[in-house]
Design a protein around this ligand. Structure first.
Ligand code: COA
Length: 367
């Protein structure tokens, strides 16, 4: 009997997956064998179908699926009543977690026939995460729901609701890209938490509830919000080097920097950084973007002095893009959840093809 403990499970193989492949050593990410760079050019609906059903949709099918997702991304009267009762100070991640088990998964329209019928209820639950975030934002910010014109796409609805205005095609494309980049990432903490819950034969909603809880933490999805708060605290690019040096000397973690798997480059950050630059240029977020760039450079300098490497992860520049799209800090992680929920759902189905209760051992050190 071995007594070696590995609390963080670094490098421990705890299962197999065919959904996404994180090749940390070469900075590569792929879903179902397709590189994330190519996928980030596809439509959000097409990538959802690929991740969940391993199916490559035609352009027409992707449009039909997007319209279906948009239509299902609406709350019923009961769900809305529950939301209206919640205290307005609640973080959107807590709201998502609260609603997961009581969400009605009855589809309004049948799932298009080119996708497997057994995914229908799961996809309704996943699509409704966006509806919850939209509704919660509108209730907290505007006091009532924003009325949406008919015919908006799945991602377009989110941007319209947040901005109370028709988003440009460029903005919708940017949101779709960000959501594609964060849809799945192998056995990250949130996905693994969901698999643990699924292993008890609990429902998909329960599994998603577990994943949401894990994602909310600042070492995971919460790092997006924390990175922007850090940049705001630093104030300007010229303060970054001194701030980083003091932070590292005090063993403070720089949010959005570093990754357990990607030791050389996070390919998602490589796509996001130029996007963030482009979206923030000439806007009120230009200064914030400059500060983030200066923080990344200062981190790399400081780590370089010790002969180590550190790089920005997905979370570092994502917030700058979200802000430029009209999505404010408290909603960043919940938007992440709106994308990652499709990955969690894919893992739920994959896990249940060959399920086994996940129940590790602990070393007893008590009396
Ligand atoms: N800021 C400061 N130091 C960092 C760092 C960060 N963001 N990320 C890693 N390091 C340092 C650690 O302090 C450690 O230094 P040491 O060897 O002197 O002890 C070394 O780099 C290795 O880090 P470690 O925390 O062991 O790596 P990990 O695999 O456990 O951590 C993260 C991965 C993501 C938890 C870590 O990089 C982190 O906390 N990042 C900030 C939070 C974040 O952005 N999370 C989102 C991930 S997508």
């Amino acid at each position: 009997m071995t007594t070696e403990i590995n609390i963080g499970l670094e490098g421990v193989l705890v299962g197999a997956t065919a959904i996404s492949n994180v090749e940390g050593d070469i900075g590569r990410l792929s879903y179902r064998g397709q590189d994330i760079h190519a996928l980030s050019q596809q439509s959000l609906a097409a990538v959802i179908a690929l991740v969940l059903a391993d199916k490559q949709l035609t352009e027409d099918e992707a449009k039909a699926f997007d319209a279906w997702l948009a239509a299902e991304s609406e709350l019923g009267a009961v769900e809305l009543r529950v939301l209206e009762q919640l205290g307005r100070g609640l973080h959107p991640m807590a709201v998502l977690q609260a609603l997961a088990p009581i969400t009605d998964t009855q589809a309004r329209n049948p799932l298009p026939a080119f996708l497997p019928k057994e995914l229908e209820k799961a996809l309704v639950l996943a699509a409704k995460q966006s509806a919850i975030v939209r509704a919660w934002h509108n209730l907290c910010q505007f006091g009532s729901l924003v009325e949406l014109p008919a015919g908006l796409g799945f991602a377009e609805k989110l941007l319209y609701a947040f901005n109370r205005a028709q988003p440009s095609a460029h903005a919708v494309r940017a949101l779709e890209t960000v959501q594609i980049l964060q849809m799945d990432h192998s056995f990250n903490a949130g996905t693994f938490a969901g698999r643990v819950v699924a292993s008890t034969k609990a429902s998909l909603a329960a599994s998603i509830g577990g994943s949401l809880g894990a994602l909310s933490g600042p070492l995971h999805g919460g790092a997006d919000e924390a990175a922007v708060m850090m940049a705001r605290e630093i104030g300007s690019a010229d303060q970054a080097a001194a701030w980083v040096s003091t932070a590292l000397a005090n063993k403070v973690k720089i949010m959005g920097m570093g990754h357990r798997e990607y030791r050389r480059l996070d390919p998602r950050a490589a796509i996001l950084k130029p996007m963030a630059r482009q979206f923030c240029e000439g806007t009120q977020y230009q200064g914030l973007m400059d500060t983030l760039v200066a923080v990344e450079e200062a981190c790399q300098d400081e780590f370089g002095k010790k002969g180590k490497e550190i790089h920005a992860n997905l979370e570092f520049y994502k917030g700058a893009v979200y802000l430029a799209l009209g999505i404010s800090e408290p909603y960043f992680t919940s938007l992440f959840a709106c994308a990652r929920v499709f990955g969690w759902t894919a893992h739920f189905f994959e896990f249940n093809q060959d399920p086994r209760l996940i129940r590790p051992r602990a070393l007893y050190i008590g009396k």
